[in-house]
Design a protein around this ligand. Structure first.
Ligand SMILES: [Zn+2]
Length: 468
């Protein structure tokens, strides 16, 4: 079949995660102690970074006293599985200047006991320590990306749309890193540019003109956030969160600011990718993009704008999205994680207009599949499985929907191949004459355990790049 194009990853973030210590498998003091001390011994004199701990699984919270007993002389900072909480040891707290007198941080929590900070920091307070972790050097970046690409191969992925600007800062530098890595690890990569305002977009317009054509890399959409997340109750909703009266989440931009960006994008022929999870954010996008049309025939053509996630939709929004020709960039694997708590955030009625992939497909919204790795696993078969069955990998169903919102297997496959490839201009994503031979070979294929499918070989432009 055609190789998968993941329309939403952070490939460098995925790679950096893969090189840091993975604590998600630890379920006891002993397993945690062994994993941390083994990893720390390979990082003499350096920061020890890790992720994935979960106190529910461990049976305890790894505070600084516990971390100091394992690694007393190097700074240690370990992200919780959700990424919103970190555990730091005493050396890390010292480097960050966190003593018992540290003032409170707005939007964050610094846990303390009689001896001062415990090393457990939440939300905005995590930055106090994380900002002291040195940025990875270029050889580490190279290794990180190479390992993420190896994993992508093993899942059948031949192309990604990735947003990594936050990890590197300079787009030219990011381009150079990808140029170097893809010469040894071929992968088609569309590199998004993360923007916060119209000035950032103007900068991207200028940068795009300086880039040479590249066989595997292409400049992507201008990506920006309109709201937050459902998990943190910051996704912007039109009505209050069902489990928090008075809270409607956060709209990041004013209508005026978004309109300015949309006008410039239209003039310059730039595709926008707008993160919009709640129906108020979707409404803002529909309202503004719908009012900024093509100026005249001289305006450059562009790829269709996309709404990222679009998880909660108010009645009528799906139809408007289709009319406006907006692409729905969806991550079905999110449902595996969200299904157990999302009904309490939204309530039964609003749930009927949420994660409504079949409605979107039937109304004519072009859906493109993605994983949002490292937020979720990059394996597209997990997402395809969830899109088709509305179940997690243990076949536990998402309940609460009055109508079936699953996709047909062929539709889910199209979303993860032809549809997401169409947003790149590479002529890939279909096994068809005139298309590039970016292909994945499967020796066997399971229709009932979709998440188990994995390829035996991968080809890019007809060349074998990976074999099991
Ligand atoms: Zn993302």
């Amino acid at each position: 079949m055609p190789g998968v194009t993941d329309s939403h990853v952070h490939l460098l973030g995925e790679g950096l995660n893969r090189l840091s210590l993975d604590l998600s498998v630890c379920d006891s003091r002993e397993s945690f102690r062994t994993a941390l001390s083994t990893f720390a011994s390979t990082k003499q004199g350096q920061w020890v970074t890790g992720r994935g701990w979960d106190q529910n699984r461990l049976g305890f919270t790894p505070d600084r006293h516990f971390l100091d007993s394992i690694v007393p002389n190097q700074p240690v900072v370990l992200k919780r599985v959700c990424g919103h909480v970190v555990a730091a040891n005493s050396v890390a707290l010292q480097i960050a200047g966190l003593s018992e007198h540290v003032p409170p941080v707005p939007g964050g929590v610094i846990h303390k006991d009689e001896q001062g900070p415990t090393g457990i920091l939440e939300e905005h307070a995590t930055d106090l320590v994380l900002r002291h972790v040195p940025a990875p050097d270029s050889s580490l970046m190279y290794d990180a990306l190479a390992s993420a690409i190896e994993y992508a191969y093993s899942c059948g992925i031949t192309a990604v749309h990735t947003d990594d600007l936050n990890d590197v800062g300079s787009y030219h530098e990011l381009w150079r890193i990808y140029d170097r890595v893809t010469s040894s690890h071929p992968l088609r990569v569309q590199l998004h540019y993360h923007i916060k305002n119209a000035a950032d977009l103007a900068e991207y317009v200028a940068i795009k003109k300086e880039l040479d054509r590249h066989p595997l890399l292409s400049p992507g959409a201008a990506k920006m956030f309109l709201d937050g997340s459902l998990g943190a109750r910051t996704a912007a909703l039109q009505q209050d969160y069902t489990d928090e009266k008075g809270n409607k989440g956060v709209l990041i931009l004013s209508r005026q600011e978004l309109a300015e960006i949309a006008m410039l994008a239209e003039q310059e022929g730039i595709q926008l990718a707008l993160h919009a999870i709640g129906d108020a954010a979707v409404e803002q996008a529909l309202d503004v993009l719908g009012s900024v049309g093509r100026q005249d025939d001289n305006t450059p053509r562009r790829l269709p704008h996309r709404l990222i996630h679009c998880q909660v939709m108010a009645p009528g929004q799906v139809e408007r999205m289709a009319e406006q020709g907006l692409v729905g960039e969806f991550q079905p694997v999110f449902l595996q994680t969200d299904k157990d708590w999302v009904a309490s955030r939204l309530g039964h009625e609003r749930l009927q207009f949420s994660y409504c992939w079949r409605d979107m497909w039937n109304q004519g919204v072009v859906l493109t599949g993605g994983s949002d790795a490292p937020v979720e696993d990059m394996n597209p078969w997990w997402g395809i499985h969830t899109a088709v069955t509305r179940c997690d990998n243990e076949n536990n169903p998402a309940v609460g929907w009055d109508r079936d919102q699953s996709l047909m297997l062929e539709q889910a496959l199209q979303a993860f191949t032809a549809n997401s490839a169409r947003l790149t201009g590479w002529n890939t994503g279909q096994v068809r004459q005139g298309f590039r031979a970016d292909l994945a070979y499967y020796e066997s294929f399971s229709r009932t355990q979709l998440w188990e499918n994995s390829p035996s070989a991968l080809y890019i432009d007809g060349d074998l790049v990976w074999k099991k």
